[in-house]
Write a protein that binds this ligand. Structure first.
Ligand code: NZQ
Ligand code: ZN
Length: 389
C-alpha cells in the first residue's frame, strides 16, 4: 500500500423524508443566501423542489433559482450561474438533482469566488476555494455527492474535462433513496453501470498488497450485482435502492481508492463519447469498459482473473488464467446488457468515422502527453483500437 492522506468531511443525512431538513443543514453550514440549482424539470414534476423550498423558507433562508442543467452539464450555464451568484450575493450553492446538477453547482461555486475564468480549473488548476456546496441527490450514479470532482462539457468544441479539489466536497448531502424511484429504468441502469465503473477503475491498480481496498471494492461490486437486477425488476424496491445509493457514494468518495494507483482509462475514453454524442455517461461506460479491459488484459492477467473469481464466481483455470480473466469480462458485459445497457458503438449513436478525432481529443486534449495513463499506458493508436473493439 502507498502513503496517502484522506479527508472526506461531507455530512450525510440518509433515509426517507430527509430532504425536509435541507434548510436546517444549509443554515448549519453557514448558508443564508442560496443558489438553488437544478436540472431539466424532474425535481419540479416530482414535487421535490417545492419540498426543498418549503424547508428553506422554514429556516428563513432566502434563495435564487437557476434550473436547466442538462445531462453532461455545459459551460454556458456555469457562466450564467457565476454571474447570478455575484449579482445576488449568494453565499451557498445547493444542488437538487443528479451528478450533472451537482457538477454544475460545483463549477459555479468555484467560479463565483475566482477572479479568472472558471475553466482554468478544468485545465488542471487545483480547486482550493469555492462557495460551500450542499446536495440533495436524485440518482445513484456519479458519486459527486461525496467526491471532490466535477465534470463539465465545454460548449466550444464539445469536449469534457474534470476538475478536482477538496473545496469541491459537499458540506452536506441528503440521500433519500425513495427520490430515485421516479427514474426511468434506463437511467437507473446507467447509474448502476457508472457505480460499477468507479469500482473497477480503482480495482485495476498497479499497487501490490492492497487487500483491504480490494475486498471493499469486491463487496461493493457484489452488492451491485445483487441489487441492480432487483431494482430494474421492481423500481419501487426501497431497500435495494438504499443499498445502491450508499454503494454509489462509497464507490466514489475514494475510501476504496486510497493507497493504490487507479485506472480511469475507461472514463477518459468514455468522456469523449458523452461529450460528442450526448449519450448518457453510464451507457458509454457499458460499451467502453469491456473493450478497455479486453485490450489491457495482458498488462496484468491475474488482476482480471482475481476479479473473475471473487466477483463473478468464475472457476480459476490455473493452467490458463487468461481464460478465467476473459470469462470475468464476459460476465460483466452480459450483466450490463441484462440490465438494459447498449453493447456497442452503433447502439450508442457513435460513428466509426469519428474514431480518429475521438482518440486524438482523448490523448491530446487534457494533458498534452499523447497518452492515456492508467492501469496500462495507451497511445492514440491504442485508443483508436479500443473504440473499434
Ligand atoms: O435534468 P432532470 O430533469 O433532473 O433529469 C435527469 C437527467 O435527464 C434525470 N433524473 C435525475 N434524477 C431523476 C431523474 N429523472 C427522474 N427521476 C429522478 N429522480 O436523469 C438524467 C440524468 O441525470 P444526470 O445528472 O446527468 O445523471 P448522473 O448522475 O449520471 O450524472 C452524469 C454526469 O456526471 C459526470 C458524468 O460525466 C456526467 O456528466 N460524472 C461526474 C463525476 C464526479 N463529479 O465525481 C464522476 C463520474 O464518473 C461522472 O463522470
Ligand atoms: Zn463515472
Amino acid at each position: 500500500m502507498e502513503n496517502f492522506t484522506f479527508y472526506a468531511p461531507t455530512y450525510f443525512a440518509f433515509g426517507k423524508d430527509t430532504e425536509n431538513d435541507t434548510g436546517k443543514y444549509v443554515k448549519r453550514f453557514g448558508g443564508s443566501r442560496v443558489l438553488l440549482h437544478y436540472g431539466g424539470g424532474s425535481v419540479i414534476r416530482s414535487g421535490l423542489l417545492d419540498r426543498v423550498k418549503k424547508s428553506l423558507d422554514g429556516e428563513g433562508v432566502s434563495y435564487v433559482e437557476l434550473g436547466g442543467v442538462k445531462p453532461n452539464p455545459r459551460s454556458g450555464l456555469v457562466y450564467e450561474g457565476i454571474d447570478l451568484c455575484r449579482k445576488e450575493k449568494v453565499d451557498f450553492v445547493l444542488a437538487v438533482g443528479g451528478g450533472s446538477t451537482i457538477d454544475s453547482a460545483k463549477a459555479i461555486a468555484a467560479g463565483a469566488v475566482y477572479d479568472g475564468d472558471f475553466w482554468d480549473y478544468y485545465e488542471g488548476k487545483l480547486v482550493e476555494e469555492a462557495l460551500p456546496i450542499g446536495t440533495v441527490i436524485t440518482i445513484s450514479a456519479a458519486g459527486s455527492e461525496g467526491s471532490p470532482d466535477s465534470v463539465i462539457t465545454k460548449e466550444e468544441g464539445m469536449f469534457k474535462r474534470g476538475a478536482t479539489g477538496e473545496a469541491f466536497r459537499p458540506k452536506f448531502t441528503i440521500m433519500n433513496p425513495a427520490l430515485t424511484q421516479t427514474l426511468p429504468a434506463y437511467q437507473t441502469a446507467c447509474g448502476i453501470t457508472d457505480i460499477m465503473a468507479h469500482l473497477y477503475e480503482r480495482y485495476l491498480t498497479n499497487t501490490e498488497e492492497v487487500e483491504v481496498t480490494d475486498r471493499m471494492i469486491e463487496g461493493l461490486l457484489l452488492t451491485m450485482i445483487h441489487e441492480g437486477p432487483r431494482v430494474i425488476a421492481d423500481p419501487d424496491n426501497y431497500q435495494a435502492r438504499a443499498n445502491i445509493m450508499w454503494a454509489g457514494m462509497m464507490a466514489h468518495n475514494n475510501s476504496c481508492g486510497v493507497g493504490r494507483t487507479q485506472d480511469w482509462t475507461s472514463h477518459n475514453i468514455e468522456h469523449e463519447l458523452s461529450a460528442l454524442y450526448d449519450c448518457a455517461h453510464g451507457a458509454g461506460l457499458a460499451v467502453v469498459m469491456p473493450a478497455v479491459f479486453t485490450y489491457t488484459l495482458e498488462h496484468n492477467v491475474m488482476r482480471f482473473a482475481q476479479a473473475a473469481v471473487r466477483v463473478w464466481g468464475c472457476q480459476m483455470d490455473f493452467a490458463d488464467p487468461k481464460r478465467t480473466a476473459l470469462e470475468g469480462i464476459e460476465a460483466l458485459r452480459n450483466f450490463l446488457i441484462s440490465i438494459g445497457m447498449p453493447k456497442n458503438f452503433a447502439e450508442l449513436g457513435a460513428k466509426e468515422e469519428d474514431i480518429e478525432k475521438l482518440a486524438h481529443t482523448c490523448c491530446y486534449g487534457d494533458v498534452n502527453t499523447g497518452t492515456v495513463e492508467g492501469f496500462a499506458t495507451l497511445d492514440q493508436k491504442d485508443v483508436e483500437n479500443i473504440y473499434k473493439l
